[in-house]
Design a protein around this ligand. Structure first.
Ligand SMILES: [Zn+2]
Length: 270
């Protein structure tokens, strides 16, 4: 017995929907002129902080890092040397990432950056370097325990931006309390300053304060995961006919800091 062949015809429709996949993945970084134009049109400012392993460990034999390290907020990474640099988020980063590595992760992006800072010194990027976007803010959330301090101030993971605190609440004696800016707290130098008498409860017997959840606006911070290419160099012809080596713009893969390391940092010193 043979199966009947499918023979139903379907109506022909025209469509204007283009394929979601690009016909080719453009890599703007290889072409100097178009890369400069890309920077002018779509570049945004980053603060680049370089990274080294935190040296606050007892010995290299056991790598025991001081659990209350004040130098790296217990992240194990010491960051130094802030420099400003203009780079571009690749709009096709996700497709590109998917093609190159077969993974599609939330919070990762590819940023194209020039080989040099604006003053002509070489810019290089390494794993655990940080890039902070200074010109826009995103909404983040965080849970903390209230800690009484002499100056009544408490800091969040990131400095609170101009967008301020969107929402903050704790549960006090079974009731959800919402804290209002200007009434219960103020924002001073990017940290919370509780109004005396309005702060969350603190149990002096257990020395544990109420947990509060806060949504706030801050500049997004990205950690460098890896280079898409280790080192890119080309030859450049000089006017006198000699050739020199020149580094090309670089592509690096980054991930939002919040997603890399969700653990809360230790409370800062007062
Ligand atoms: Zn440390």
């Amino acid at each position: 017995m043979t199966m009947k062949k499918p023979n139903a015809t379907y109506p022909v429709t025209t469509t204007s929907t283009p394929s979601p996949m690009p016909p080719q993945i453009l890599d703007p970084s290889i072409r100097g002129l178009s890369f400069d134009q890309l920077m002018q049109n779509r570049g945004i400012r980053f603060i680049h902080k370089r990274a080294v392993p935190c040296p606050n460990i007892r010995s290299l034999d056991d790598n025991t890092h001081n659990p209350n390290c004040p130098f790296c907020d217990n992240s194990g990474i010491l960051r130094y040397g802030e420099r400003e640099i203009i780079g571009v988020f690749q709009s096709n980063s996700l497709q590109k990432l998917f093609e190159q590595q077969g993974l599609w992760e939330v919070g990762t992006a590819v940023i194209t950056l020039p080989a040099e800072y604006e003053d002509g010194t070489q810019a290089d990027f390494n794993t655990f370097d940080q890039l902070e976007v200074t010109d826009f803010e995103v909404r983040l959330w965080e849970s903390k325990e209230f800690e009484p301090r002499n100056n009544n101030r408490q800091q969040l993971r990131y400095p609170i931006g101009e967008g301020g605190i969107d929402f903050m609440s704790s549960v006090e004696a079974g009731v959800l309390k919402v804290y209002e800016a200007g009434v219960d707290f103020n924002i001073v130098d990017g940290v919370i300053e509780w109004v005396t008498g309005k702060e969350p409860a603190f149990d002096t017997a257990t020395e544990i304060g109420s947990v509060f959840s806060v949504a706030y606006f801050a500049n997004p911070v990205y950690n460098v995961l890896q280079h898409m290419r280790e080192l890119r160099v080309t030859q450049e012809m000089q006017p006198d006919g000699t050739k020199i080596a020149r580094r090309l713009p670089q592509e690096i893969m980054v991930k939002r800091d919040f997603l890399v390391n969700p653990a809360e940092k230790l409370a800062s010193a007062e």
